[in-house]
Design a protein around this ligand. Sequence first.
Ligand code: 3PG
Ligand code: MG
Length: 409
Amino acid sequence: MARFRTLDDIDVRGKRVLLRADLNVPVKDGVVSDATRIERLAPTIEALIEKDAKVIVMSHFGRPDGRPAPAYSLRPLVAPLSKAICGREVAFASDCIGDEAKRVVAALRPGQVALLENLRFHKGEEENSADFARALADLGDVYVDDAFSAAHRAHASIAALAHLLPAAAGKLMEAELAALTAALESPARPVLALVGGAKVSTKLDLLRFVIGKVDVLAIGGAMANTLLFAEGTEIGRSLCERDMADNARKLLALARERNCRVILPEDAVVAVRLAPGTETRTIPVDAVPGDMMILDIGPKTVARIGAALEDVRTLVWNGPLGAFETPPFDQATVVLAKKVAELTQAGKLLSVAGGGDTVAALAMARMTDRLSYVSTAGGAFLEWLEGRELPGVAALAAAAPTASTGDVA
Ligand code: 3PG
Ligand code: MG
């Protein structure tokens, strides 16, 4: 893992700490429908309060396209944020730079917290503008990045700003990076990757990278249909990217070359339509009737993946295995989530999962707390699994003293 400073390495007492958070949470009818990201940020804020810092939280929210837009205001996040830090008061600045932000920051005493308005109300944020980063830097003495889930964006508050102030990773950033490193960079072997989701085309880079890293690759979701089709299986009306057949064959050849065992579905749950409680059949994958489609992997495949999980020590999971939002096609995902939880709780497996749908599926199965680590990241988790350098992580590493000057753990 790249070296970077943490909260233990910087002096924040009495200082203004600019804390880059990711408060880009799902909101329905003005109410936060999943507060996970806020709750996971809280320990960093608490630690900074404990050290008598003045905490200035900044974040993006949605994609307002560089203009102020009331629908994307962070003001409704003040109450949930306050709740996550034991009801402490959170001041709000209706602009993230300029006089209004300066006024709110100047009023903070050590141990107090303020939230700045959406960073993306300014074009400079997404443009990684040096001027915008300087305007943010004016508000603080120290920079802390706790937004792993936005680390794939080379935006001003994530990239440029990290070079203008002493910079460190927050506790959530640290935890995310530690989990991902344990899963892919220096894992206990064997390692199994469980990859699902709809499309091979969106996960080509991920599959290529993962094949080079893991010992077993189990594939579910509609993307498995494309691989089955590429190998000559007739799959009826199943979702399938027929134009990806060549790429799919290349992936399977790469896996053979790299000695990565691939588990593809052998049986499937099929139906005429995707609807809750619709009539289903469970059949071998080479017997899908022409008018039906595969909507989940079948029990034999689940058992085979379950057996493989018993033989490995590390799991990295991205993507649901069936159309999990529509029961009963959530079955395979739920059963395997339970299996993973059981092995993890027994101390036999280190399990790391991430990606938007995966996190939602695990929450639905009520297994989130029973895995070793479930990332708060969607896109950033995927890009990590593609082996890419994340700008947010790179900026922290570059901002840290080098190994030879060496005061960083
Ligand atoms: C996310 O929710 O994936 C991050 O907050 C990044 O948001 P973005 O995709 O709008 O950049
Ligand atoms: Mg996103």
